[in-house]
Design a binder for this molecule. Structure first.
Ligand SMILES: NC(=O)c1ccc[n+]([C@@H]2O[C@H](COP(=O)([O-])OP(=O)(O)OC[C@H]3O[C@@H](n4cnc5c(N)ncnc54)[C@H](O)[C@@H]3O)[C@@H](O)[C@H]2O)c1
Length: 390
């Protein structure tokens, strides 16, 4: 067996996404499996080098990852020819300059979404990568969630007949932090404070609409127009150091999308809702021949012939238990972690030229939808989503 070692610079790896999803659940998991088999004769072994600002944190994380390399000097990692891939999971606003630098150093680039906070910057990253002839990709993890994979199988099988509409409910209560005597909720916030500061690249519209773009485009049809109302519901939060701050970014978005296919999609995205549904993200798809509701892992269906016939009557308790009328799609296929699944495709793309359509142009489409959503909110109007130039 020939093993191809790929040096991967991981910047922003001490963060929530970097540590859990990309390092531990993806690259370390692949290393623990002995690498990624390309064929009977060859395998790929990712060799991460963790990059960041805090040496203590990096050293501890590198040890936790099984003794991988680490450095606080990005330039030296970029100068090392053995590192052929640059990965970025830093704060959104730091992405553009860092990825540009990696492209200039001739690295293949893979990064978290959103790739930028405006379409022009996102498109420029794509153009630079193309001009430099490097391979490039963006994280579009939701496409590999088991629940959405099951939904895709249902779509491909024709289960729905004509699909009419899609309803996405995303969100959960993000605690504010702060002492109750000062108006806080006394619980540690489970998201970083920059998410709630527009000037630091925060905001749920920029964060989530780029996810909804690739979910809709890939499963239901290209997004053609958006109407979006944002809100900053919770005005005051407490940061990592326990200091209060004013929220300057949107923490909820109520959006409707028109798709090329004629399907209408509505997504509520909120960090200010309490969950009374099956999962933190649920997608309900209604079609002429059946409906489905997908969560992160599971998916339930109700075919037309099993659809109950409700009659509006608030004077009596409902004779139908609506949640009983759904059947769970069996786990016939074992799905791997969504981030790992996409990493494996990117590594195959780098090492063996396998196709990888989730590139920086697709990333720019996500940023574009977020930008159109923000404009729609500002102008209180429907906004068309034009095709982006290649
Ligand atoms: N794919 C997804 O589902 C998903 C989910 C959440 C976040 N994200 C994206 O991942 C990226 C990181 O998000 P996160 O939630 O892991 O954030 P985080 O705050 O937990 O991590 C940010 C990382 O950037 C580093 N960093 C570098 N310079 C910094 C600076 N000046 N100030 C603060 N941190 C600095 C931090 O050390 C840390 O490693 C964001 O772009 C976000 O949009 C993607």
């Amino acid at each position: 067996m020939t093993t191809h070692t790929i040096g991967i610079i991981m910047n922003g790896v001490t963060g929530r996404m970097g540590t859990h999803q990309h390092l531990m659940r993806s690259l370390v998991a692949i290393r623990n499996e002995g690498g990624l088999r390309l064929n009977d004769r060859e395998a790929i072994l990712p060799e991460p080098v963790l990059v960041g600002r805090n040496a203590d944190k990096l050293a501890a994380l590198a040890a936790q990852a099984g003794g991988v390399r680490w450095t606080t000097d990005l330039d030296s990692a970029l100068a090392d020819a053995a590192n052929t891939v640059y990965f970025d999971a830093q704060l959104t606003r730091l992405r553009v300059p860092a990825v540009e630098k990696a492209i200039a150093a001739g690295k293949h680039v893979y990064c978290e979404k959103p790739t930028a906070t405006n379409t022009e910057d996102a498109l420029n990253l794509y153009r630079r990568a193309v001009a430099a002839g490097v391979k490039h990709g963006v994280v579009q993890d939701k496409l590999w969630l088991p629940g959405l994979r099951k939904l895709k199988q249902l779509i491909d099988s024709g289960f729905f007949g004509e699909i009419l509409s899609v309803r996405g409910e995303f969100g959960y209560w993000v605690f504010t932090g702060g002492d109750p005597s000062e108006g806080g909720d006394g619980m540690p916030p489970q998201r970083p404070s920059w998410n709630y500061r527009q000037e630091e690249g925060g905001g749920i519209i920029v964060d989530m609409l780029c996810h909804w773009r690739y979910v809709l485009d890939n499963l239901f049809g290209n997004v053609q127009a958006v109407s979006c109302l944002g809100a900053t519901h919770v005005k005051r939060r407490w940061d990592e150091g326990g200091k209060p701050y004013e929220s300057t970014a949107d923490d909820a978005a109520y959006a409707t999308f028109q798709l090329e296919s004629g399907i209408i999609a509505q997504f509520n995205s909120s960090w200010c809702v309490r969950v009374r549904r099956d999962d933190l993200l649920t997608l309900q798809v209604d079609g002429t021949k059946g409906s489905a509701v997908a969560g992160l892992r599971d998916c339930v269906i109700q075919p037309a012939v099993l659809t109950p016939r409700p009659v509006w009557n608030p004077d009596i308790p409902s004779p139908i238990r609506y949640t009983d009328g759904w059947t769970t799609v069996p786990p016939n296929i074992a799905f791997d972690n969504a981030f790992k699944a996409q990493w494996e495709l990117f590594l195959r793309h780098v090492a063996a030229d396998a196709p990888f359509p989730w590139d920086l142009h697709e990333a720019a489409k996500g940023v574009q939808l977020a930008e159109c959503g923000l404009r729609s909110w500002r102008e209180r109007a429907w906004v068309a989503v034009p095709e982006l130039p290649r």
